[in-house]
Design a protein around this ligand. Structure first.
Ligand code: FA5
Ligand code: MG
Length: 382
């Protein structure tokens, strides 16, 4: 019992990630289905479609002009992920509803841009490609996943080498527009949409037409001068892009659902053993199972137990925690206006690997309800 009578204060609670201990606090919000993804590193598995896609893009941005970084830790500071890129302090991306926090100062990177400033500062090459896993609390559907992979590309020039920033803009658009077309035979409809990022100006996003809708592939732009200036290279000017590797791989390989990239099923992995781009042959599509849920939330003034306001991403997270990859998508319904906030969601449960039984879907749905009631004080409308 002596062990417990020591006068030393108890050590603060910590969490272990990638073999290191981090103090936790009221910002910590990393569930186990996320922390267990850290070790997967799909973009480094030689015959995984994400790795094949990475190498294909790398081949268009050759070394030594471009230096490749493929193993940077996903654990970064709030400064690296947001401050160094000029994100304003009230930017919604910084919220706990959108970002996975290890503690108030440390996050799982939400984008590969988190490494831009450091890589510019290291000054070891004019260009770089950074491929990595990134993490976001986000919607559930066929093209979104809370862990996905991005490739950051950037290239710097001396001002006199490249002329005006207009020249840089032309180069990036030319270079990037041809990227998703590579390896695809049928004509692809692509369009550029003006966008906003705190660290580029002008900025664009590139979209392609896919399964009846526009799918966003990447964001890019001319790097704002504050970045090279802060990195000690004020005479340089350059462009950068950040592309979603899953999105490009879905086009290249014909993968219809982003969850498939995480599959350990040989019917999926076995198709890419050659290490080259090939058309994915889908295994039969198993039937969906739709379940609706409607609930009231307590008024924030009367919220018991210090409950926090409910965010749509909280619903996504609850379902991910309960159902894992058995949830295919979630739709929010419009609901009648009343004094209290009422929410309705339709969850589509569907396994990629087998037919899901109705009683399995029911028990997942029951578990979702339980979390809503116990953790958010929801009153489920039957
Ligand atoms: C960014 O993350 C910027 N850092 C990109 C950038 C880099 C802009 C350099 C300028 C210069 P955005 O949030 O739009 O931008 O994400 C980039 C891409 O990541 C998207 O176009 C999409 O292809 C992919 N993506 C975003 N969220 C998800 C998700 N939940 N699941 C899968 N892919 C996603
Ligand atoms: Mg975007």
């Amino acid at each position: 019992w002596r062990k417990y009578s020591t006068k030393e204060p108890p050590s603060p609670p910590t969490t272990q990630l990638e073999g290191k201990h981090y103090p936790i606090d009221e910002w910590t919000n990393i569930p186990s289905h996320i922390s267990s993804a850290l070790s997967r590193k799909l973009h480094l598995q030689p015959s995984h479609p994400l790795s094949i896609t990475r190498r294909l893009i790398e081949s268009r941005f050759p070394s030594p002009t471009y230096q490749y970084h493929n193993d940077l830790s996903p654990i970064v500071s709030v400064h690296q992920n947001f401050d160094s890129l000029g994100f304003p302090i009230d930017h919604p991306g910084r919220c706990r509803t959108d970002t996975y926090y290890i503690n108030k100062d440390t996050v799982l990177r939400t984008h590969t841009s988190a490494h831009q400033a450091d890589t510019f500062r290291s000054g070891t090459s004019d260009g770089f490609l950074i491929s990595a896993d990134v993490y976001r609390r986000d919607a559930i559907d066929r093209s979104h996943y809370p862990v996905f992979h991005q490739m950051e590309g950037a290239r710097m020039w001396s001002r006199n080498e490249c002329g005006a920033s207009g020249g840089v803009a032309a180069v990036i658009r030319e270079e990037i527009e041809s990227m998703p077309k590579h390896g695809i035979n049928e004509p692809l409809r692509v369009r550029w949409v003006e966008a906003y990022f705190p660290f580029t100006s002008p900025s664009w996003e590139l979209e392609v037409y896919w399964q009846g809708d526009w799918l966003e592939l990447l964001g890019c732009g001319v790097v704002k001068q504050s970045l090279p200036k802060n990195a000690g290279i004020p005479d340089k000017i350059g462009w950068a892009f950040g592309v979603g590797l899953e999105r490009v791989a879905m086009l290249l390989f014909g993968v219809p659902d982003i969850r498939l990239f995480w599959s350990l099923d040989e019917r999926f992995l076995g198709q890419f053993k050659g290490g080259e781009v090939s058309r994915f042959v889908p295994f039969s599509k198993f039937p969906p199972c739709y379940k609706d849920i409607a609930f009231w939330l307590p008024n924030s003034s009367s919220a018991a137990g210090g409950q926090v306001p409910f965010h749509e991403n909280d619903m996504m997270e609850i379902v991910r925690n309960v159902a894992g990859d058995l949830a295919e998508d979630i739709d929010e319904f419009t609901h009648p206006k009343t004094g209290r906030k009422s929410l309705c969601f339709r969850i589509n449960y569907r396994s990629l690997e087998r037919t899901l039984r109705n009683d399995e879907a029911n028990s997942l749905q029951q578990a979702v309800k339980r979390v809503l009631v116990e953790e958010f004080g929801a009153e489920v409308r039957e």
